[in-house]
Write a protein that binds this ligand. Structure first.
Ligand code: MRU
Length: 357
């Protein structure tokens, strides 16, 4: 069995300073680590989905600020804050939808600001500590969330998932796949239908790789096969991750998630969303306020962006939103590290948010 290394880690000198990530664009062909030594490299890694998945890009954003602090030759606290603000702006411009990225940037910047009077070296240390805390917490949160979610899954059966909300999308363990992992760990006998997830094939390339590496039985399907599997009674529940959950429980996740939720409801199948509290966005009242990332047409015109020959005729445009919004009424439950939330979500989200650490 392949051991999956940590998705993202900090490297101290002499190897670093650097943010080390698994280059997910190379999977499943080869497991390659990428060391980002400059903010521009880290931003490129996020934009190109070398590091991807909402919690993982939150971790990358936090460690990115730590990298900026190590690289800055600031002589005063204010000069250090200015350098961090610049890095913050660069990282914030990479991808707009996953709220974890902005959550992590805000959290680390707040720590930097509080240390401003103690000078640049103190800021450096505190920023690095906070960013590493975000990574460590994310792993713990996924494990807790997994335990809560595992109780919802059947003792035996078929789970369908979309995109990759696994260890690769987080500091480790995963959200949707964390729930599946935890259920398998307590002895549930599950098989996973893996939506291939066009256009970038996170399901076929990454989810299948992770599950196979752990010996969890799985089968990859074309996205458009889900409906007929459901109609045949071959799907017992759906578990997906989230990039941002609005205050009313609307869920932004990988394009195609909404379709799966509609199908699940039509067939009376539970549709679960697994996400840490860092994915909740209480400042956005509903899904209508969530900015959906639009990506390049070539991701559609060239399969997975890899095939050199286009699969579409020249000059025919392609439309490529990276995410869609599943309305809260289609969500059976939201699984968090603080327990399982049920509708009405506005109230459940407010309560869990107020009780957080
Ligand atoms: O474009 P991606 O690959 O970053 O999209 C990832 C997803 O949509 C995941 O489902 C989501 O981030 C949750 S990951 C735990």
């Amino acid at each position: 069995m392949t051991t999956i290394p940590p998705t993202i880690t900090w490297l101290d000198p002499p190897e670093g300073p650097a943010v080390r990530v698994i280059d997910q664009t190379r999977l499943p062909g080869e497991l390659v680590m990428l060391d980002c030594r400059r903010i521009e490299e880290l931003c490129e890694a996020i934009v190109s989905l070398r590091v991807r998945g909402a919690p993982a890009i939150g971790c990358a954003a936090g460690l990115g600020l730590a990298l900026a602090a190590q690289l800055a030759e600031a002589k005063s606290g204010q000069a250090m804050l200015d350098a961090l603000e610049l890095a913050r702006t660069q990282i914030a411009a990479t991808r707009p939808t996953a709220v974890n990225l902005f959550w992590a940037l805000d959290r680390v910047m707040e720590v930097a600001r509080r240390a401003a009077e103690q000078g640049p070296q103190e800021i450096r240390q505190r920023v690095l500590h906070e960013a590493q805390e975000i990574v460590a917490e994310d792993l713990r949160r996924c494990q807790d969330l997994g335990r809560h979610g595992a109780e919802l899954l059947p003792e035996e059966g078929n789970v369908l998932t979309h995109c990759n909300a696994g260890a690769l999308a987080c500091a480790g363990y995963g959200t949707a796949l964390g729930v599946i992992r935890a259920a398998v760990e307590v002895g549930k006998r599950l098989h996973v239908w893996v939506d291939e997830t066009r256009p970038l094939l996170q399901g076929a390339r990454l989810t299948a790789w992770e599950l196979h590496a752990e010996g969890i039985p799985c089968t990859v399907i074309c996205d458009n096969a889900a409906a007929s599997l459901m109609a045949q009674g071959k799907v017992d529940c759906v578990v997906v991750g989230a990039d941002r959950i609005a205050a009313n429980g609307d869920v932004a996740n990988k394009i195609g998630t909404y379709g799966v939720a509609v199908l699940a409801q039509a067939h009376g199948i539970p549709f679960y969303v697994a996400a840490p509290l860092s994915t909740l966005d209480r400042a956005t009242p509903s899904g209508a306020g969530i900015r959906i990332e639009q990506r390049g047409q070539c991701e559609i015109t060239h399969v997975a962006g890899y095939l050199r020959e286009p699969i579409t005729p020249p000059r025919v445009p392609a439309y490529n939103p990276a995410f869609d919004v599943t309305p809260a009424h289609l969500v059976t439950a939201i699984i968090t590290e603080r327990g399982v939330l049920h509708a009405p979500y506005e109230e459940a989200i407010r309560t869990v948010w107020q009780a957080r650490d």
